[in-house]
Ligand binder design. Structure first.
Ligand code: GSH
Length: 170
């Protein structure tokens, strides 16, 4: 039994929703209301000490970081793989997906933006400047890298590991 504990506007939860659908896996969706800080409550943090969604629950076991969850899902359920078969192609998919996860999602994540406002007194306009800076700093080289690789509509023939990360971020 697969349960995805997530929030509808969370891009990391969205990664898992797309991956589960692409892999054709049945799952139950358990909403966690971030606006009510449910992810910080003891009931949730006793299962995920990071206090963030998504939490992936499979056969009673909890998995708590989205990038590792994606890789685990692909290994545990090898049908309809997200990662390509060729080792060099797998490298490229990971390279681009991790650029999004680490260089885009991380500095633009809501707790970071809230920290800028609450601890450093930054205005919404200033936070907008921060946001656009990190967007361009990663999306521009990402586009250049895709051009260099000569990709079509998808990185490879169909949506996979990279697109699972790209779409929610865009
Ligand atoms: N590195 C984590 C990040 C998870 C994350 O930041 N989730 C956000 C939603 S996109 C969240 O739960 N934010 C609420 C909070 O941190 O309080 C992952 O990839 O799973």
């Amino acid at each position: 039994m697969i349960r995805l504990h997530g929030y509808y506007r969370s891009s990391t939860s969205y990664r898992l929703r797309i991956a589960l659908e692409l892999k054709g896996l049945d799952y139950e969706y358990v909403p966690v209301n971030l606006l009510k800080s449910e992810q910080k409550g003891a009931a949730f943090t006793s299962r995920n000490p990071f206090g963030s969604v998504p939490l992936l629950e499979v056969d009673g076991k909890d998995y708590v970081q989205s990038m590792a969850q994606l890789e685990w899902l692909d290994e545990a359920y090898p049908d309809k793989p997200l990662l390509p078969g060729d080792v060099s192609d797998r490298y490229v998919a990971r390279e681009l997906a991790h650029a999004i996860a680490t260089e885009l999602h991380a500095p633009l994540n809501l707790p970071v933006l809230k920290y800028l406002a609450n601890e450093y007194g930054k205005s919404q306009d200033e936070i907008g400047v921060w946001y656009r800076h990190w967007l361009a700093r990663t999306l521009d080289p990402l586009e250049a890298r895709l051009a260099q690789l000569g990709t079509g509509d998808f990185l490879f023939a169909k949506p996979g590991f990279f697109e699972v990360c790209l779409l929610p971020q865009v």
